[in-house]
Design a binder for this molecule. Structure first.
Ligand SMILES: *[C@@H]1O[C@H](CO)[C@@H](O)[C@H](O)[C@H]1NC(C)=O
Ligand SMILES: *[C@@H]1O[C@H](CO)[C@@H](O)[C@H](O)[C@H]1NC(C)=O
Ligand SMILES: *[C@@H]1O[C@H](CO)[C@@H](O)[C@H](O)[C@H]1NC(C)=O
Length: 297
């Protein structure tokens, strides 16, 4: 291997270490969540969602659930970058909206839970009379942001500690690969599960998660502390709890994570994907049932 090869490889490794902050759950995670959500949409919600989707999605919400990650580095959308996560004080293992939901410049509401309120309010219908005074948002984008951020708020390390940027600065090995803890939770656990248990087939993995979703699971997931249509705060609290119990535990800088970590954390990941999916569906159902009742007035 020549010197310039090595140079390129080390550059590539540096990029791999830096880029992960760009992603929420990886592309697969968001796809799984939105596919699950589609199965629980009411007819009305499904029709409303399809009407808002861009043409290239061909009626499939899951197809565009990673869109906010794709545009995040684009200068026109750089403002959206802090909306993918919320950082909490180091080692406290709790989350509070008023304390934690701000960007690094301290601007209030600029975090994942604030964004969920924002985009829910945008696609929520408003009474006829006030239509004229309402700012026109791009509702296609609002739907894609909302679906994506409901996913992100369920990734435990999207509600991680400020000091390590939600695990981004914790360099670990995933088996033999050098990566960081945030990336392990966004991508590697899912990737390894696909290879080890699902024949590298995402559809098989989705079906398997789906089989675990009972009526009781749906009820428990969607009614928890939730007043009104949208309640991202309890989801964020669950995430930071799971971050402390499972993500950070036994994953200090320099650790090699292998079978023990993988096999004990995979059920947590699968559970979060399932919860995010059914909760996204419940939220969209609630938003678009209000829509219908107003349209019928
Ligand atoms: C709310 O949505 C608008 C339109 O995308 C965006 O400009 C604004 O920054 C968002 N604010 C928050 C807190 O999410
Ligand atoms: C709304 O956003 C989508 C996705 O960015 C874009 O393709 C579309 O042109 C936008 N619509 C309007 C009316 O600006
Ligand atoms: C299904 O649920 C069981 C029991 O909670 C859990 O151990 C398993 O990992 C779950 N499987 C999937 C694919 O979600």
């Amino acid at each position: 291997m020549g010197v310039s090869d090595r140079w390129w490889i080390s550059r590539a490794v540096i990029c791999l270490l830096i880029i992960p902050r760009i992603n929420g759950w990886g592309k697969d995670g968001h796809y799984v969540i939105c596919k699950i959500a589609e199965n629980y949409l009411t007819e009305d919600a499904l029709a409303a969602v399809k009407a808002l989707l861009p043409d290239h999605a061909e009626g499939d919400l899951a197809d565009v659930c990673s869109w906010p990650d794709e545009v995040r580095r684009n200068p026109h959308y750089r403002w959206s970058s802090p909306l993918h996560y919320v950082d909490t004080p180091d080692f406290r293992c709790n989350y509070q909206y008023s304390r934690d939901c701000h960007d690094s410049a301290g601007r209030k509401h600029r975090c994942v839970t604030g964004a969920i309120y924002n985009y829910t309010a945008q696609i929520m219908p408003v009474p006829h009379k006030s239509h004229l005074s309402v700012v026109k948002y791009n509702l296609t984008e609002a739907l894609m942001f909302l679906s994506h951020f409901i996913g992100d708020v369920h990734q435990p390390l999207h509600v991680g500690f400020t000091g390590d940027e939600g695990g981004n600065t914790i360099v670990v090995r995933w088996y033999r690969r050098k990566t960081n803890l945030h990336h392990v939770w966004d991508n590697m656990i899912i990737e390894s599960a696909l290879k080890t248990f699902y024949n590298s087939d995402l559809t098989t993995m989705i079906q398997s998660i789906q089989r675990n979703i009972t009526e009781a699971f749906v009820e428990l997931s969607t009614q928890k502390n939730c007043k009104g249509a949208v309640c991202p705060n309890p989801y964020a609290s669950e995430s930071v709890n799971l971050a402390c119990k499972f993500a950070y535990r036994n994953a200090t800088p320099g650790t090699t994570l292998g079978d023990d970590y993988f096999l004990s954390r995979l059920p947590v990941v699968e559970d979060r994907l399932a919860q995010a999916g059914v909760r996204l569906a419940a939220l969209l159902n609630s938003i678009f049932s209000v829509h219908k009742s107003i349209a019928e007035e």
